[in-house]
Design a protein around this ligand. Structure first.
Ligand code: ZN
Length: 387
């Protein structure tokens, strides 16, 4: 019996399946070996380990520790080696290559330009270096037989006071590689309404933005992000579960949860990251299971691949294990993500119809040509229709 239930994907099929990623931090996805090499070249001596393998383990452990200080320390190290033009080009190029090798066909990768100025670069030089890196990575991916398109989201830090400036920067580069804007950083004490000027500006410019909300903080954070700030998408948004009441088999949605579902507000969910920060207990108990059943506009994302030791394929593997998801479910999440992307509608549609749907159709058809010994096609066919 090679594959008695063809619609449940194997890890290898998950990797080959076309995937779309909306929530990934550039400074959270570096290759450990790259960190070591840039640190050596630029004279940065504060790394806790200089062996790439040990360093990678250190990042995951620090993120798992439950200590906010240690978690923030991980980003201090990655940002420290992203302060020169060459380093930014390299990190962005490798990001695109790594995502493409993992089967990601479309990605929006975010970073905060204001965190890369210590080496004397200007905000514009940071954006141009990262854009150059993404284009280089796309090209190298193509040469390696993969296809990926990467857009940048410019992040402003919610505790800082540069959101207007970063919003203007995002708007200036909207026709050259930057597809939107984001607010990130500690939610507690820094409500998104502190940055209303930036959001109002972007709305007047007909531009797009997402807001990290409803990760550590509950419903008020989500409500503010949507109803005061006008976010197009929610970064995480897992706490929307607090507005959904479950009694036995009955489920009832509060006003905010209803709004989020009715308006098809995209939720950028990052399961592994949520387990590390304590926003969810286990994959099985992660709200993504219920939200998917209730047909919220849920998407699957990585957040910080280095700190979480993850990839898009790993995230889907965990979800397949926890919820028995099939290739049809994977396609649903992927189409959701593509529908919610910040690139123009016709380009999103083309990605869905020309890349994503054919990719899944091909994977789903494979069982027809590789029947397991003694597995009659009829039995496989009936299992398939159960998805
Ligand atoms: Zn994030």
């Amino acid at each position: 019996m090679q594959n008695p239930t063809p619609s449940v994907p194997t890890p290898e099929q998950i990797r080959r399946a076309p995937k779309a990623l909306l929530h990934d931090h550039l400074d959270g996805g570096l290759r450990p070996a790259t960190i070591v090499e840039i640190a050596r070249a630029t004279g940065y001596t504060a790394l806790p380990e200089t062996d790439p393998e040990k360093l990678g383990a250190w990042f995951r452990e620090a993120a798992d520790s439950g200590s906010l200080e240690r978690y923030l320390e991980t980003f201090a190290h990655t940002c420290a080696v992203m302060q020169t033009r060459d380093a930014l080009v390299r990190v962005a190029a490798e990001c695109a290559e790594d995502l493409a090798a993992d089967g990601v066909v479309y990605a929006e990768v975010r970073y905060a330009p204001e965190q890369h100025l210590e080496g004397g670069l200007t905000l514009e030089e940071v954006v141009e270096a990262v854009n150059e890196g993404f284009r280089l990575g796309e090209q190298r991916a193509r040469e390696a037989g993969h296809r990926i398109r990467v857009g940048a989201l410019l992040t402003a830090m919610r505790h800082a006071a540069r959101s207007q400036e970063i919003a203007e920067l995002a708007n200036r580069y909207r026709d050259s590689g930057v597809v939107g804007f984001d607010i990130a950083g500690a939610e507690a004490g820094y409500p998104p309404t502190r940055h209303l000027d930036a959001f109002d500006y972007l709305k007047r410019e007909n531009n797009h933005f997402t807001i990290h909300a409803g990760e550590a903080f509950g419903l008020p954070s989500i409500w503010q992000a949507l109803q005061w700030c006008g976010a197009d998408r929610l970064g995480h948004g897992v706490r929307i579960i607090d507005d959904i009441e479950r009694k036995g088999g009955e489920v009832s949605l509060g006003r905010l949860a209803s709004y989020v579902r009715d308006k098809r507000v995209p939720l950028e969910m990052c399961p592994t990251s949520n387990l590390q920060t304590g926003a969810a207990e286990s994959y099985e108990e992660h709200p993504i299971g219920l939200l998917r059943r209730l047909h919220f506009r849920v998407t699957v994302n990585t957040d910080n691949r280095l700190m979480s030791g993850t990839s898009m394929s790993r995230e889907f593997e965990h979800l397949v294990d926890a919820f028995g998801y099939t290739l049809d479910d994977m396609q649903w999440f992927t189409v959701n993500a593509m529908k919610s992307a910040f690139i123009p509608f016709d380009e999103r549609l083309a990605m869905i119809n020309e890349v994503i749907k054919p990719g899944y159709a091909e994977l789903k058809a494979e069982w027809l040509f590789t029947p397991g010994p003694g597995t009659p096609p009829v039995a496989s066919g009936s299992a398939r229709s159960g998805s």
